[in-house]
Design a protein around this ligand. Structure first.
Ligand code: MN
Length: 463
């Protein structure tokens, strides 16, 4: 097996609103190392931070190992912090970093490994902050990194949707950054390089302006990595150019036989199964099968599920990182519990408020109606409201037979009054009318007279 060959191109631009480009990138094809950093901080801070990150990382990264990459990023963190502390103008400066490096895959201590064989190479993407690493394979774009940002945390917790995140006012706030804290946690994403894979490293100035489907179509259309990178920068400017834009594209020009070995391994497996889809290659299958798991693809523009991402990330990170990830997950769970609790309390408060309002609305009124054949004053709404049935408040002792004919239909439907006193007044008028004999004549001053007149008109028209 010969080596993997990478071919890279890049473009960067200040964008249409900023005056300084605080993004920084470097392509080191001889060392199979590619870096993007997006600096932040007032004055010259952001520019300095991203420059220091790129410089320190490439100097400190000497062995092609995962640990060396993490340590180089840690060295960059220390360097930026120190420079920031020394210069008041630079205090608080920080930067994201996303780096792609090709290195020999580390043997799994749990699996027997042939010492004489050359270890297969894999790519490692290291990430801190909200710059991103994507994989474009078989026509589909997949985000490999997780953003360390407030909105990404909210999406992971399910508090907001990916669509809401795109327009969230806090989408620029990062939760991890180089140069600000004493320690830095680095995410490492291992990927097996397959011929024709395209890796995209970029600052948020790209994906905040250009949709995943558009990015995918550029990567499909333009083979030259420099041309594709320039086109993506152009589209980001066209989309608004509200931030600095940096795009690095790394193509796998030759995978050194990985894809071939992969299909051979898969074919071998397929040979054994007479029907149905080929069984998924698993780590337990050892050597090449484990290292060439077929990737599920995700159409550009679709939301990426965690499952998609997890299955794309092949290979096993070093044990130290697995422990760190476990720790991170634990603390994330704790945060989640607190937020979930707060959220539940708020939801209950809102529901409680709604219930109280409906209760108030449902019982704040009175009406005069029939209960059986007796005229009574009800508390509530005629016919009830949701779970609130009208309640008999005051029986009047007036029998249906005594109610003047013209008042009957309205009382049948329920005559609403805003208070118990007004309802009682209505009943008193009704009694007066009954006493006046029959109540077919109007008694101008009473509330009821108005209603009987109306009812009378209706009756007359109907006749
Ligand atoms: Mn940015």
């Amino acid at each position: 097996m010969t080596g993997v060959v990478l071919r890279a191109g890049a473009a960067t631009d200040v964008g249409r609103l900023r005056t300084i480009n605080q993004d920084r990138f470097v392509l080191l094809p001889d060392r199979d190392l590619f870096i993007v950093a997006d600096g932040m901080g007032g004055h010259q801070g952001g520019e300095v931070a991203s420059r220091l990150a790129v410089e320190t990382l490439q100097v400190a990264y000497q062995d092609a190992t995962a640990d060396a990459l993490t340590e180089a990023i840690t060295a960059a963190n220390d360097r930026i912090r120190n420079e920031g502390d020394a210069d008041p103008d630079l205090r608080g400066m920080g930067t994201t970093v996303v780096a792609l490096a090709l290195m020999p895959e580390e043997p799994d201590p749990d699996e027997p490994f042939d010492d004489d064989a050359e270890p297969p190479q894999h790519l490692l993407i290291a990430n801190v902050g909200d710059s991103r690493g994507y994989l474009f394979r078989d026509g589909s774009l997949t985000q490999l990194t997780e953003d360390h940002s407030v909105v990404a945390d909210l999406v992971r917790e399910g508090s907001i949707s990916p669509e809401e995140a795109e327009v969230h006012p806090q989408r620029n706030i990062v939760t991890r950054v180089l140069g600000v804290y004493e320690t830095v946690e680095v995410d490492l994403w291992p990927v097996d390089p397959i011929e024709n894979d395209r890796y995209l490293l970029c600052s948020d100035g790209l994906f905040n302006e250009v949709g995943a489907d558009q990015i995918g179509s550029v990567l499909r259309r333009l083979d030259d990595p420099n041309e594709a990178a320039s086109e993506l920068v152009r589209l980001a400017n066209e989309g608004g150019g509200r931030d600095n834009i940096t795009v690095v594209i790394v193509d796998v020009a030759d995978d050194g036989g990985v894809a071939e070995a992969a299909s051979a391994a898969l074919a071998g497996e397929r040979y054994g199964s007479t029907s149905g889809p080929p069984p998924a290659a698993s780590d337990a299958d050892g050597d090449l099968a484990g290292f060439t798991t077929a990737l599920p693809t995700v159409d550009p523009g679709d939301g990426l599920s965690q499952d998609d991402l997890d299955s794309v990330r092949t290979g096993r990170p070093p044990r130290r990182q697995r422990r760190a990830e476990k720790r991170a997950r634990r603390s994330q769970r704790t945060r989640f519990t607190w937020r979930a609790l707060l959220f539940s309390v708020l939801v209950l408060a809102v529901i409680g408020g709604a219930v109280a309002t409906i209760q108030w609305y449902g019982t704040s009124t009175y009406f005069v109606g029939f209960e059986g054949d007796e005229v009574v004053i009800f508390q509530g709404r005629p016919g009830g409201l949701l779970w609130i049935d009208p309640e008999v408040k005051d029986p009047t002792g007036i029998d249906r037979a005594d109610v003047p004919a013209l008042a009957l239909p309205r009382i049948e439907a329920g005559v609403e009054q805003s208070s118990l006193a007004k309802a009682k007044h209505f009943v008193a008028n009704l009694e007066d009318q009954i006493d006046d004999d029959g109540g077919t004549d109007s008694t101008p001053s009473s509330t009821l007279s108005t209603t009987t007149t109306t009812a009378g008109t209706t009756t007359t028209q109907a006749n």
